[in-house]
Design a protein around this ligand. Structure first.
Ligand SMILES: C[S@@+](CC[C@H](N)C(=O)[O-])C[C@H]1O[C@@H](n2cnc3c(N)ncnc32)[C@H](O)[C@@H]1O
Length: 185
């Protein structure tokens, strides 16, 4: 059972599924989680999940669906360009959302994510790089060159890759996947 006609994804992200056992038990913050396909999977796997998105309708769908199946998921309606993570979380994830954010805000958000992740917790970030057929807006936060690896250089990298695939709109664009564990505070 899942939300009917989800806005973006029908299934939990494959990297999240693959690394679910490596997440630190406890809390997960999902930034740009939309109607919560990943939040539902995480909550069903025993995590206490907070799903943030600016799309109020997506959050309403998630709240209504999770109530129907008696799952508790926290939803926060916020603009990530201005968002400050005020609690610590065991893990933070964000999939395919950074390219919507302003470059400076996206970079600041990653620093904020890192500082609010508890020791031994994971960050799983997936986003578009600047390589491909998108008409790039240089003011937006694409993962360029070694930006992600550089900013995570003091973390343990469990997985990193770049690969090209087709987007919902049929454009070919490179994506970058990073799974990193916080090993120094
Ligand atoms: C491509 S969808 C990805 C959804 C989900 N993470 C997934 O992988 O299925 C991007 C999400 O980012 C959200 N988003 C875009 N800009 C945002 C912003 N400035 N603040 C908060 N959420 C934003 C959109 O509303 C949308 O739900």
């Amino acid at each position: 059972m899942s939300i009917q006609n989800p806005k973006w994804s029908n299934e939990p992200n494959k990297y999240l599924v693959e690394y679910i056992e490596d997440l630190k038990k406890g809390t997960v913050l999902d930034l740009g989680g939309s109607d919560g396909v990943n939040a539902i999977f995480l909550a069903q796997s025993g995590f206490d999940v907070t799903n943030v998105d600016k799309d109020a309708e997506a959050l309403r769908l998630l709240a209504s669906y999770s109530k129907d199946i008696s799952l508790e998921i926290n939803t926060v309606n916020a603009n990530l360009n201005e968002y400050n993570i005020d609690n610590e979380y065991d893990n933070v994830i964000s999939f395919y959302t950074f390219h919507f954010l302003d470059k400076d805000s996206g970079q600041k958000l990653i620093e904020n994510i890192q500082s609010k992740t508890r020791l031994e917790g994971l960050n799983i970030l997936i986003g578009f790089t600047d390589q491909g057929e998108f008409k790039l807006n240089n003011q937006k936060c694409y993962f360029v060159d070694n930006f992600l690896l550089d900013i995570y250089k003091s973390w343990e990298i469990l997985y990193h890759s770049k690969f090209t695939g087709s987007t919902k709109s049929g454009l070919s664009q490179e994506r970058e996947v990073l799974v990193a564990k916080k090993v120094v505070s």
